[in-house]
Design a protein around this ligand. Structure first.
Ligand SMILES: NC(=O)c1ccc[n+]([C@@H]2O[C@H](COP(=O)([O-])OP(=O)(O)OC[C@H]3O[C@@H](n4cnc5c(N)ncnc54)[C@H](O)[C@@H]3O)[C@@H](O)[C@H]2O)c1
Length: 348
């Protein structure tokens, strides 16, 4: 079977990781990435001879309005225009700043190319609000898919894991949300927590993807950069004990069960561990789930997860390519291929 050709719009926090994720797939070809500015990420790529993950060359295309002279001045090679990139691919992964994807969609539509958008876009940009594990089949053969946000992606992994085993009726969550990515100076230098109005969008999004689960939650912005933490209280159709929940979490390829006793004290421990593993950019595709946070409260089960916000949506986005282009038509086959090429679950 010919390789599926993929392009990435916006080489920022998510885009550079999407490009890496595609470059690692044996059955996909990264045709190129598009951006507007010679950002530090693009300068670093250029310094590395435009070679990205797996030794793949990343060809750079410029979107309309980009200042080509600024790229020439830094001797960054440009392969062509955004429309030329779109004309060469089967699927575009759009990771431009939130809202820009809706504008880019006009180009994708005009050129008859499928596209997968990230969480910052409105749901109306896509035909399907997608999660690789919870509703893979809904994305099969569709043209426009939108991924859940980083928090929602990790949250749904864990709730879907319990739901498939026991049936979940209701969840209540607290999101301790990192306020910025590393290097985001535009977010300011802060020393305060901030609460959003309830229910948080992650709870609402969970109900859109899993309509049979009643969800609500509160979100607290925290002045840190290395991962969100979510606590979840879940009510099953029958009582779910700690042992039952743990056994299911341990089976899930994209959930890494860790413990405080072995040294995982919080978000920074997981970030450092990913760097010690030598993972590219210090990324971790799995969510961390603390074994010693799982606790029964009456009929309900409670636990805490860690969300590596920069990399957690990459596997589910690759699943979306597989669903949209019908490379695999079931969640089991689609997610298994993504996991194989990204090396997910090796630690199990
Ligand atoms: N950062 C996260 O933790 C995170 C997690 C999950 C989802 N998301 C979502 O992913 C999307 C991208 O977010 P990000 O954090 O990677 O943003 P970012 O600001 O890090 O990167 C955006 C990139 O797009 C480029 N760009 C600007 N205008 C463009 C255009 N017209 N066409 C193409 N590229 C353009 C910018 O130069 C930049 O390199 C958003 O929808 C966001 O909500 C972000």
């Amino acid at each position: 079977m010919a390789k599926i050709k993929v392009g990435v719009a916006g080489y920022g926090t998510i885009g550079q990781r999407l490009a890496d994720g595609v470059a690692m797939q044996g059955d996909m070809e990264l045709v190129g990435v598009a951006d507007m500015m010679p950002t530090l990420s693009i300068q670093a790529l250029n310094e590395n001879g435009m070679i990205g993950a797996n030794g793949v060359k990343y060809n750079l295309y410029l979107v309309e309005g980009a200042d080509k002279a600024a790229f020439d001045k830094k001797r960054i090679p440009v392969a062509g225009t955004f429309e030329e990139l779109v004309g060469k691919v089967d699927v575009m992964l759009d990771s431009a700043p939130a809202g820009v994807g809706a504008k880019n969609k006009e180009i994708y539509k005009k050129m008859g190319v499928k596209a997968i958008f990230q969480g910052g876009e409105k749901n109306s940009v896509a035909d399907v609000f997608f999660h690789g594990y919870a509703n893979y089949e809904k994305g099969v053969g569709q043209s426009y898919l939108k991924l859940t946000s980083c928090n929602t992606t990790g949250l749904i992994r864990s709730v879907d894991c319990l739901d498939r085993a026991f049936g979940i009726e209701r969840v209540a969550i607290t999101i301790i949300r990192r306020v910025a990515d590393p290097g985001d100076y535009h977010r300011g230098l802060t020393n305060a927590l901030q609460i959003d109005k309830a229910p948080s969008h992650q709870a609402v999004d969970l109900m859109t993807i899993m309509p049979h689960v009643d969800a609500t939650g509160i979100l607290v912005h925290t002045p840190v950069t290395h991962g969100h933490i979510i606590t979840v209280v879940a009510k099953g159709k029958k009582k779910v004990t700690k042992e039952m929940a743990l056994a299911e979490f341990q089976k899930h390829p994209r959930i890494r069960v860790v413990s405080i006793d072995e040294g995982f004290k919080g978000n920074a421990s997981l970030f450092k561990y990913a760097r010690d593993l030598g993972n590219r950019r210090g990324d971790m595709y799995e969510i961390g789930l603390w074994e010693d946070s799982i606790v029964e409260t009456g009929d309900e089960i409670m636990y805490a997860i860690n969300i590596p916000q920069e990399s957690v949506t990459i596997p589910e986005t690759i699943d979306a390519i597989r669903a949209a282009t019908e490379m695999q038509t079931t969640r089991e086959e689609g997610t298994a291929e993504t996991n194989k090429y990204l090396g997910i679950g090796k630690f199990k």
